[in-house]
Design a protein around this ligand. Structure first.
Ligand SMILES: [Zn+2]
Length: 276
């Protein structure tokens, strides 16, 4: 009997110690949603700016009525100067104007480290940056490993018009693994990426945008909820909503579907900083 008690106490102590140890070892990441897909991350000692779109409201082309300047549909929550303040590097999922716009190209230091997908080598030729690291599969940035992931920015019949897009896995020792999914629909490839890397944080572009007729080119509410279901231990953060005129999903419509499914999805306000 005494032996049994000792064994139980040892198990209790061990499990307690190991969970405390995990808590101590796992460091936090600050994730600030700026607007649309633009994010500012403090991760493993670096400040990364993801997909910078810094234009003022109604300053570039509508994706619904191309003869009008209706995008972005809202202003930045803070000054653009504040957005780029302290940024060490830029991470670009693809070079569409809602992910890298003219204003960002003008404002960012020309020698800033910019990570981009190989597929944008041609489209970034005219960009003013002198220090672009085109990632084929993987790159290293100080303590951070950046792994490029694939995605489909819409149904097959219009992919040729939208071009290739990427997502990224960010990994660093003692930090949560982050999966920035990018502009794409949910497919088996994304499910496999979640199975392979088991991200702690998944950031989805969930605006359900419509393009060239009725083609949906971003995840909708149901696909975002399916990701949360697929990765029950991950924190799912949905962005790329309520900033462009062809997006159909709102924070409210997404939360409604998530609540009905009994799943938690984080939909930060523009400017909000999450500490995860
Ligand atoms: Zn986009």
């Amino acid at each position: 009997m005494r032996k049994l008690w000792i064994a139980i106490c040892a198990i209790f102590l061990f499990t307690n110690c190991s969970s405390e140890k995990e808590d101590i070892m796992m460091k936090k990441v600050d994730i600030q949603l700026i607007r649309n897909a633009t994010l500012k991350l403090n991760y493993a000692g670096k400040t990364l700016l993801v997909d910078p779109m810094l234009s003022e409201k109604n300053s570039f082309m509508s994706f619904v009525q191309p003869d009008k300047n209706l995008n972005p549909t809202i202003n930045l929550p803070v000054d653009a100067e504040e957005v780029i303040d302290g940024v060490d590097a830029v991470l670009l999922t693809h070079a569409h104007p809602d992910h890298l716009d003219q204003k960002a190209m003008e404002m960012l230091p020309k020698n800033i480290t910019l990570f981009a997908q190989q597929a944008d080598r041609e489209s970034l030729k005219a960009a003013p940056f002198t220090n672009i690291d085109f990632i084929e599969t993987e790159a290293r940035y100080d303590d951070i490993t950046i792994i490029r992931t694939d995605g489909k920015h819409g149904p097959d019949q219009i992919l040729q018009y939208l071009g290739m897009v990427s997502g990224y896995i960010l990994k660093a020792e003692n930090y949560p693994t982050i999966y920035i999914v990018g502009d794409c629909l949910l497919d088996d490839g994304i499910n496999r990426i979640i199975e392979t890397y088991k991200p702690d944080i998944i950031i989805t572009n969930s605006g359900g945008a419509i393009f060239m007729g009725e083609n949906r080119i971003l995840m909708n509410e149901e696909e975002t909820v399916a990701i949360a279901k697929k990765a029950p231990n991950a924190k799912v953060i949905a962005v790329h909503m309520e900033s462009l005129d062809h997006c159909t999903v709102t924070r409210e419509s997404l939360q409604k579907v998530a609540t009905e499914a009994g799943l938690e999805i984080i939909t930060p306000a523009d400017g909000e900083i999450l500490k995860l």
